[in-house]
Write a new protein. Structure first.
Length: 493
């Protein structure tokens, strides 16, 4: 068995690869900028966690020390603002740091998951991924770069884009790229190639195209999805007038995929994009039973969603903003301006029943108060390029630290007692929504519980203060209703 390090273990693919490596008996080390993000993943206690960032040469060195195999699954998909200007430079820096560290440590194999791309001019994101692969292959450490098509699986950004476009729109005016040829691959098949790549001979230092057994158009993918999901196939009208930028705005509004992720996804669909070679077949056999057809990949993804067994999602890996500093325990004492809306209710429901309602908040369950107002605010956030309310949840019943819940991120989770959600909506400041439940005691006997709810807002400048004043009348209705209905739902069991 091998000593394996994984950079990108908190991502969509990395979070699924690590348990497969552990099940095969390998010793696994993972690198994360914030080790607390991994607190609730099922395999946390089976791996060594290093905290750091590959932009730091020391972190790259620590990751490579005592590791025979390195999986490089880190990729920036940011497309807005300053990050858009810097992501290519940062990716080159990370790749060069890892190249140097792997060479110095005598690593036996680097494995990088990149993307299928056409010949000729590339979008800046595909060009960056291609460049990272070239840097790693020139490192002196044997490197394999797996270039995958659209990854289809429960929670993948590509699958969620297809799913929501098809679910929402019976007729879709679409850009002409919906008729381009692309080659999707089931997430299980991508993982198969990643796991087996560690066994390639040491002289192999090259790229391999990997894809599913079919080449389809995006319009065909939507129609196959509709058939598998039991919907009428959508009428797709390809229009030459929709630019990639306009198409990305459309995707941002209709699907959970935010603008920052929609832009690189749409840019990658501008040309035919399928495997140009199948050399991988000479070295790695196909999975038992063969590669997964697209319809079957859709059916498997839908089954996982229905069974509440989705392991990872794009939203968990793709935060819409840089992580905020933790909420101060006493922000006013710390000298910060803070606005709060606090509600406390005694309820006859036991603490466990109240917690079930709290842990299931958001997604399909909503927020127990004036759904129309929440939808309007969600659409406003979507139009501005934020998360909106369509991002949903990984699981409808259970939460983990760092899970996405619509436009929130699980920042603090103490099972059975405390849930704090940090806002990733676009607001002039920082915002949290906090829920707490504690058992009530009367004469020494536990009976009922106390429910506490807090909305917290740290304004940024004058605009932040004006924002709070503008929404204050609505908060008085919404948050009061939320507290009443959550406790009422708990009492009904």
């Amino acid at each position: 068995m091998s000593s394996i390090a994984v950079a990108g273990a908190t991502g969509y693919i990395g979070g699924r690869l690590v348990p497969l490596l552990l099940a095969a008996g390998h010793k696994v080390t993972v690198l994360s900028r914030n080790s607390e993000k991994l607190r609730d993943v099922p395999w946390r206690n089976e791996v060594e966690v290093l905290e750091g960032d590959l932009t730091d040469p020391d972190a790259a060195k620590a990751l490579c020390e005592n590791s025979e195999i390195i999986y490089y699954l880190v990729h920036s998909m940011s497309s807005d603002g300053k990050a858009s200007e810097d992501f290519g430079r940062l990716e080159r820096q990370c790749a060069r740091n890892l190249s140097q560290a792997s060479r110095d440590a005598g690593v036996k194999r680097l494995i990088y998951l990149s993307g299928l791309h056409p010949q000729g001019e590339l979008s800046r994101h595909l060009a960056s991924r291609k460049e990272v692969g070239e840097i790693l292959m020139s490192s002196g450490t044997p490197t394999v770069v797996l270039q995958a098509g659209l990854v289809i699986g429960s929670g993948s950004a590509s699958f969620e884009m297809v799913r929501h476009l098809t679910d929402v729109l019976p007729m879709m005016p679409a850009p002409k790229w919906v008729l381009n040829k692309i080659q999707p691959i089931a997430v299980r098949d991508a993982l198969h190639y990643l796991v087996q790549a560690m066994h390639l001979p040491p002289e192999i230092n090259r790229t391999f195209d990997i894809g599913g057994p079919e080449v389809l158009t995006y319009a065909q993918m939507m129609k196959v999805y509709a058939s598998a999901a039991g919907f009428r196939p959508p009428l797709v009208l390809a229009l030459p007038v929709l630019t990639p930028w306009l198409a990305a705005q459309w995707v941002n509004l209709v699907t959970p995929v935010p603008r920052s992720l929609a832009i690189p996804l749409v840019e990658s669909l501008q040309h035919d994009c399928f495997s140009h070679e199948h050399d991988i077949d000479k070295f790695i056999p196909e999975p038992e039973g063969g590669l997964t057809h697209y319809r079957r990949a859709v059916e498997l993804a839908l089954h996982k969603i229905e069974a509440d067994t989705v392991e990872t999602t794009w939203a968990t890996a793709h935060a819409l903003s840089a992580p905020a500093e933790p909420l101060p325990s006493d922000p006013e004492w710390a000298g910060l301006t803070v606005f709060t809306d606090e509600r406390v209710k005694e309820t006859s429901a036991e603490a466990g029943e109240v917690w079930k309602v709290i842990e299931g908040i958001g997604g399909e369950n909503g927020y127990y108060s004036i759904p129309f107002a929440w939808r309007v605010r969600g659409w406003m956030d979507k139009v501005a390029g934020g998360a909106g309310l369509t991002r949903g949840r990984r699981s409808p019943t259970h939460l983990q630290l760092n899970d996405a819940v619509d436009w929130w991120r699980v920042e603090t989770l103490e099972q059975g007692r405390l849930l704090r959600l940090r806002a990733e909506m676009l607001v002039p400041g920082r915002a949290w929504l906090e829920f707490e439940v504690t058992p009530s005691t009367h004469e020494g006997n536990e009976s009922g519980s106390t429910y506490r709810q807090r909305a917290i807002f740290f304004p940024r400048g004058l605009s932040g203060r004006l924002y709070w004043l503008a929404v204050l009348p609505f908060h008085g209705i919404i948050f009061k209703s939320m507290a009443n209905r959550i406790t009422a739902a708990a009492q009904q069991g």
